[in-house]
Design a protein around this ligand. Structure first.
Ligand code: SF4
Ligand code: SF4
Length: 383
């Protein structure tokens, strides 16, 4: 039954990736937990809960499911839906305080941009421990005495996630375009659907090529942001490969003609543009081209730094290293920063901040109070 639920959650949430799908909040017992068992917390996005439950199957622990309005951990934290209030509320109302004798709670690392460990401690007495980015690393993290390797801290864009995004992107587009064409140009419906799905898979399967090109470029820019030109070049490349594949299929089936190729080229050039319009925004490793904050740069006031390593622990791009001699954090790979703000939110001595391209400083209190709205502007105020 649980395997079937896991499968349904994966299929449904992949097809409807951009829609919140909530599940019940509360405490879930995994195995046979006792008073010393670990307490983990996640959001109430159905797919996340199923994946975390699968990852920790066989470990005696408690899983708290906090209200994030059915949105995944990262988006909910960045958007002000998984907040201090969500965590405090579940700690106070779930009955977990009677079930365990300790006050340590493991939060997903990607919640660090929205939840303040300091506030949770002050309001509830619970110590926040930042767990790994991915649920599948939780068992090793627990075995490792709650220590994370750099690999466990880093967000990636692996093949499986790229395939999921291909489906998540192709499904709603093919639904809308398919319906329109069905009524207006029924003959074009099947070619358009073939083009949408093929282009979507091509775009994300060949993505490492884009990444290589973009990473070379962003090393040379102060804010570490690739340029829109990279997306344009990559789109033309994907489009070219698609036309080549169509020509090969048409040749092998004896239907190759210039008219046919031109028809495919016309359909696919528009779709390639639509699919790649916000290519960087569809990945967890770049910032959307449409967001102003992609141009921010992050800075450290080393005089304020107390060497606590929190920034290193919560950064999903492994941008920090410690200068052991001076006991301060140093940014070693600034161009990898995706401006998530997690390090700024968590820094206990306010040693980190963003600087705008015009030189103005965005102080930590602004990053803590204002979260991203649905168009990616810091306009959602959280208390
Ligand atoms: S979190 Fe702040 S105080 Fe701690 S090491 Fe990083 S910059 Fe320094
Ligand atoms: S350095 Fe950049 S990517 Fe890393 S936590 Fe800070 S804002 Fe996020």
């Amino acid at each position: 039954m649980s395997n079937l639920r896991y499968l349904v959650a994966n299929v449904l949430c992949t097809l409807l990736r951009f829609i919140p799908i909530p599940c019940r909040t509360g405490v879930i017992k995994i195995g046979n937990p006792g008073r010393d068992s670990p307490v983990l917390l996640t959001c109430n996005y159905w797919l996340t809960v199923e994946r975390v439950k699968k990852a920790i199957r066989g470990i005696d622990c408690y899983l708290l499911v906090a209200n994030s309005r059915g949105i995944n951990v990262w988006c909910a934290s960045a958007g002000g839906h998984l907040t201090n209030h969500s965590v405090i509320s579940i700690l106070k109302t779930s009955g977990i305080e009677e079930l365990v004798g300790h006050r340590n709670i493991i939060l997903p690392q990607l919640a660090a941009s929205g939840i303040e460990a300091k506030v949770i401690k002050e309001k509830t007495g619970w110590n926040v421990i930042w767990g790994p980015v991915y649920a599948h690393d939780i068992p090793e993290f627990l075995r490792n005495n709650l220590k994370k390797t750099p690999n466990m801290r880093e967000i990636k864009f692996p093949l499986r996630q790229r395939l999921e995004i291909s489906v998540a992107w192709a499904f709603p587009i093919s639904l809308i375009i398919g319906l329109i064409l069905f009524f207006v140009f029924p003959k074009l419906m099947i070619p358009a659907l073939v083009a949408i799905w093929s282009l979507s898979f091509l775009t994300f399967l060949a993505f490492p090529l884009f990444s290589r090109m973009a990473d070379r470029r962003r090393k040379r820019t102060p804010n570490g942001q690739p340029r829109f030109l990279d997306t344009l070049i990559y789109s033309l490349f994907v489009w070219g490969i698609f036309i080549l594949l169509v020509s090969i299929v048409e040749f092998l089936t004896g239907q190759l003609s210039w008219i046919e190729i031109l028809r495919w080229a016309a359909i696919s050039v528009i779709l390639t543009f639509v699919l790649n319009m916000d290519l960087m925004g569809l990945t967890p490793i770049y910032r959307s081209e449409f967001l102003k904050d992609r141009l921010l740069t992050i800075e450290i006031n080393q005089e304020k730094c107390i060497g606590c390593r929190t920034c290193e622990n919560v950064c999903p791009r492994n941008c920090y290293r410690m200068d052991e001699e001076k006991n301060v954090a140093v940014m070693v790979e600034a161009e990898r920063c995706i401006k998530c703000g997690a390090c700024i939110v968590q820094c206990p001595s306010d040693a980190l901040y963003f600087r705008r391209p015009d030189g103005e400083i965005v102080p930590p209190e602004v990053i803590r109070k204002f979260k991203l709205n649905f168009i990616g502007t810091r306009a959602v105020r959280v208390e």
